[in-house]
Ligand binder design. Structure first.
Ligand code: KIV
Length: 275
């Protein structure tokens, strides 16, 4: 079944949980999509898990376009959301609209995601007015890592908790079709989820969100730089890869790979003429 922004809204109204994962290339998008996930986010987390950066701040529009193009080719049924990188929408409403348009036109993504609450609502409205669905992102918004002083849980104080509830309502008013809640206490995520009619997608925000998202390298244990508390390991692909590569190296060294069945043949009469 093809997932659209309407599917997301319907799922919230029926109380059906929404599943999302990140993907950054064709092969993974195809695997994840064929497993039946509702949505794929081409996150700017690609800066960390694909490009080896310390944070997401250096990711460019060109990076996002390059990876999102590959993902949309592999995803047949999932709703594909492409992240707007740092400084592609904060600078002006014009920049936000033009860059959101580029992500949709040049990649085939169905929606864009951007970080922030009240301060980016003008941008959200302008992008939605341009007929591009927008996913919001509140809580630990990684593009604000320097303002937060690190990757920290957000919304533990009354003041910030109230602000996050207000921000969620404002994003809905501005036209966002859903909101990612990252690293907020689960009881606050529940209140936010109940305060708005659009779906919340949690990552480190507990079970009361309308859906969940994880970075695939985290949930498949393929990324070992650090493991956030909210990550559950659903498979150990990292160690499977290590084992596979070690076996390959061993077989290459002992000349047991490639075997004849992996090799191409030529007529011996031709070979004789080559000596
Ligand atoms: O960039 C990303 O992958 C994200 C998710 C963690 C929500 O924003």
């Amino acid at each position: 079944m093809k997932n659209t922004v309407s599917t997301f809204k319907e799922m919230k109204s029926k109380g059906e949980k929404i599943s999302m994962l990140t993907a950054y290339d064709y092969s993974m998008a195809k695997l994840i999509d064929s497993s039946g996930v509702n949505g794929i986010l081409v996150g700017d987390s690609l800066g960390m898990v694909c490009l080896g950066y310390e944070n997401t701040l250096s990711v460019t529009m060109e990076d996002m376009i390059h990876h999102t193009k590959a993902v949309t080719k592999g995803a047949k049924n999932a709703l594909v959301v492409s992240d707007m990188p740092f400084m592609s929408y904060q600078t002006s409403i014009y920049d936000a609209t033009v860059n959101a348009g580029r992500l949709i036109k040049e990649t085939g993504a169905h929606a864009v995601k951007l970080e922030g609450g009240a301060t980016v609502c003008k941008q959200v409205k302008a992008i939605v007015d341009a007929q591009i669905p927008v996913m919001g992102h509140l809580g630990l918004t990684p593009q604000s890592v320097n303002m937060f002083g690190g990757f920290k849980v957000q919304g533990k104080s009354e003041e910030i908790a109230k602000k996050l509830i207000e921000d969620a309502k404002k994003l809905e008013e501005a036209g966002a079709f859903s909101i990612v809640l990252e690293c907020v206490p689960y009881k606050l995520a529940k209140i936010i989820t109940e305060s708005i009619s659009i779906p919340t997608i949690g990552i480190g925000a507990g079970k009361y969100c309308d859906g969940q998202i994880l970075v695939y390298q985290d949930m498949l244990s393929m990324f070992s730089d650090f493991k956030p508390k909210f990550v559950k390991s659903f498979a150990n692909i990292g160690s499977d890869i290590n084992k596979g590569v070690k076996d390959y190296i061993k077989e290459v060294k002992e000349s047991s790979f490639p075997e004849e069945k992996h090799s191409f043949k030529i007529d011996d009469s031709i070979i004789e003429k080559l000596y």
